[in-house]
Design a protein around this ligand. Structure first.
Ligand code: MN
Length: 328
């Protein structure tokens, strides 16, 4: 008899053996969060909160895992004597799971995990679209002298050579970032002020959904939970008012996973911080991660995963990507 509930596993799901369809990987990484601390404890809090999420999803024929084999991996150990070594070690921790057959859901940790995630992606980055839910554009060249800051995650992703960046929910950004959005044709940003406008919001929102429906090729979905309205994620590092509702996030995830021309190959949910006064922040994160999981399972049931799109191997030196990048 399988146990019904396994402590420490995402959603409390029992493991089904060696063939893993979906892996949940925690990156308890914290270095540069501007104010507010605790992102290193976020992933474990999210996994604890996930045991309260319902396993019924109307889009699936069976309760989650709906036949899929879900594995909760050992968290990254945080090792590394320097920041660049830590980034390389995160990539090394992730890379075995980017096999093309397995779908990684990565829990963070601050948004600085995005570059090490992308360094683990096997397909050519110029063919990859990153879809980013975020209050911030994360397009600064550096913050407080640190170019690997969470505030620079999307800028570094572009430097690494991703083909396209689609941002939604952005509402706190600098002049430098606004100029980067205007000048880099790879970036499309759907600002919160447009999609949530009391009058024009519906039209802008439909444009965002139809843009997602027309994406082609490999996609990484990066969900910074501060993209959600601050009332839903009060304990994240920088909660910001005027953000997405749960249903904006759910429609975004659904539109992306139901697009048959796009292959979502991986996803992360980041900037999770355990709540001091209650578990709402980590529970919101757990619901988002579960929605990603059910979107992926549906794509798999529909025969749209795995694909050979993730099969080609990008040549990088094994796990000293950031040390050599940083030395430039
Ligand atoms: Mn961010």
């Amino acid at each position: 008899m399988e146990p019904d509930h396994v402590e420490g596993n995402f959603l409390g799901l029992p493991e089904k053996g060696d063939d893993v369809d979906v892996v949940v990987i925690s990156l308890p990484y914290e270095l540069t969060t501007s104010y507010g601390q605790g992102t290193a404890q976020g992933p474990s809090a999210c996994i604890r909160a996930s045991t309260q999420v319902e396993l019924y999803d109307p889009s699936l024929p069976l309760d989650i895992p709906a036949g899929a084999s879900i594995h909760t991996a050992e968290p990254w150990d945080g090792e590394g004597d320097t920041l660049l070594e830590q980034l390389d070690n995160m990539t090394a921790h992730l890379r075995p799971w980017f096999t093309g057959n397995c779908f990684p859901i990565i829990l963070g940790g601050e948004h600085g995990i995005l570059p090490p995630i992308l360094a683990a992606v096997p397909s050519p980055l110029e063919e990859l679209t990153v879809v980013q839910i975020d209050a911030h554009a994360d397009l600064r060249q550096e913050l407080d002298g640190e170019k690997w800051s969470h505030a620079c995650a999307a800028a570094r992703a572009l430097d690494m050579g991703i083909g396209r960046l689609m941002q939604v929910g952005v509402r706190a950004f600098s002049r430098e970032e606004a100029e980067r959005i205007d000048s880099d044709e790879r970036i499309s940003t759907w600002f919160a002020s447009d999609i949530l406008s009391p009058c024009a919001g519906q039209g802008a929102w439909l444009e965002w959904l139809s843009a997602l429906e027309s994406v082609e090729g490999c996609v990484h979905l990066s969900i910074d939970i501060d993209g959600m309205d601050g009332s839903l994620v009060p304990d994240t590092g920088t909660p910001v008012p005027g953000g997405l509702s749960m249903w904006h996030a759910v429609e975004t995830i659904d539109a992306l996973f139901s697009n048959s021309k796009a292959q979502v190959i991986s996803a992360d949910v980041n900037e999770i911080v355990p709540g001091k006064d209650g578990p709402l922040t980590e529970f919101t994160a757990a619901m988002l991660a579960t929605k990603v999981l059910s979107g992926h399972i549906r794509a798999r049931l529909d025969g749209r995963f795995p694909t050979d799109a993730g099969g080609k191997s990008r040549k990088t030196e094994d796990c000293n990507y950031f040390r050599s990048y940083g030395a430039e």
